[in-house]
Design a protein around this ligand. Structure first.
Ligand code: HEC
Length: 306
């Protein structure tokens, strides 16, 4: 250890020495000592180098070929405001879109029929919806499994029995569960809306593999989901014109509700909290002033001894 310490302190000293030497030689070669012409030439060179580097960085950012990905804009959702609730007519239409279009490939395994009651449908309507599906239940008294019509407590049916079957049916791509998709993706419903409506032809020089589709919003731009919606992909039961953007907006509202069923409740609680604090905070402030007024307004005087 002792030997080492000596060595290192020696090394430190020699470093110091070389530094000192460098400093001395720099002082001799300083900018101020140069001739006028040289100084001007060096300054011009410096300005050009800095400008050139700046220009190169800007150009590189602008034409970065690896970044063909589009970021979704923020859309003015009707539930965006701090006190705005979800549009429940839109949730109802969105459920219709999910049921008639997306549920062919995507599961929503965390949603049960009972969750729709009082949100988008009445209890009788949801019971009728649930009865449309067949559920395997059992065993009965003979030990056999049997099928029965669905009921309120049943979860949404899955399109595929397992992920492997889902991949085989979709060219190897796995359609993700949609229950929490707007929370699971950057950009939330803005992203899903842009993804659904953003399919287009690939730009010149870009080709996508057979079975994939070009979508500038999808990371990597080649998505395994064929464009699922288009104008008039379905007919809304409430008569709303089913344009592509309307369908996308409704299904996104439905997905936002699915991922955050407490959304309206949360904002209502926030409003109550704000109203409560508006009364309480001034009151507490007044009480605080009152309580402390004796201490705050007292004067301590020094009376010198006679
Ligand atoms: C024909 C089957 C099919 C239908 C119908 C379908 N999808 Fe998909 N979807 C897929 C597949 C397959 C993927 C996975 C794509 C991949 O990973 O390349 C996917 C992926 C997604 C993703 C995830 C994208 C990501 O960022 O990972 C979302 C969101 C989505 N679909 C929404 C929907 C919605 C909403 C509908 C209904 C309007 C729908 N899909 C209808 C097959 C389908």
């Amino acid at each position: 250890m002792a030997v080492l310490r000596v060595l290192s302190s020696n090394a430190g000293r020699s470093l110091l020495n070389t530094e000192g030497a460098v400093r001395i030689s720099k002082a001799n070669m300083s900018f101020a000592n140069l001739s006028r012409g040289r100084r001007a030439a060096l300054s011009v060179l410096g300005v050009f180098t800095a400008g050139g580097a700046g220009l190169a960085i800007v150009l590189h950012q602008a034409v970065k070929a690896s970044d063909l990905e589009l970021h979704p804009p923020s859309y003015p959702w009707s539930h965006n405001g701090i006190l705005s609730s979800l549009d429940h007519a839109s949730i109802r239409r969105g459920y219709q879109v999910y049921k008639q279009v997306c549920s062919a490939c995507h599961s929503m395994e965390y949603l049960a029929f009972r969750n729709l009651v009082g949100v988008s449908h009445t209890e009788a309507e949801v019971k009728a919806l649930a009865e449309e599906i067949e559920v395997v239940d059992g065993p009965d008294e003979t030990g056999e499994m049997f099928t029965r019509p669905g009921k309120l407590s049943d979860y949404f049916p899955k399109p595929y029995p397992n992920p492997e079957a889902a991949r085989v049916a979709n060219n190897g791509a796995l359609p993700p569960d949609l229950s929490y998709i707007v929370n699971a993706r950057h950009g939330g419903e803005d992203y899903v809306f842009s993804l659904l409506t953003g399919y287009c032809d690939p730009p010149a020089g870009v080709s996508v593999r057979e079975g994939l589709y070009y979508n500038p919003y999808f990371p990597g731009q080649a998505i395994g989901m064929a464009p699922p919606i288009y104008n008039e992909v379905l007919e809304y039961e409430d008569g709303t014109p089913a344009t592509m953007s309307q369908v996308a907006k409704d299904v996104c509202t439905f997905l936002r509700w699915a991922a955050e069923p407490e959304h309206d409740q949360r904002k209502r609680m926030g409003l109550k909290l704000l109203m409560g604090s508006a009364v309480l905070i001034p009151l507490v402030y007044y009480m605080k002033r009152h309580r402390w007024s004796v201490l705050k307004s007292r004067k301590i005087a020094y009376r010198p001894p006679r």
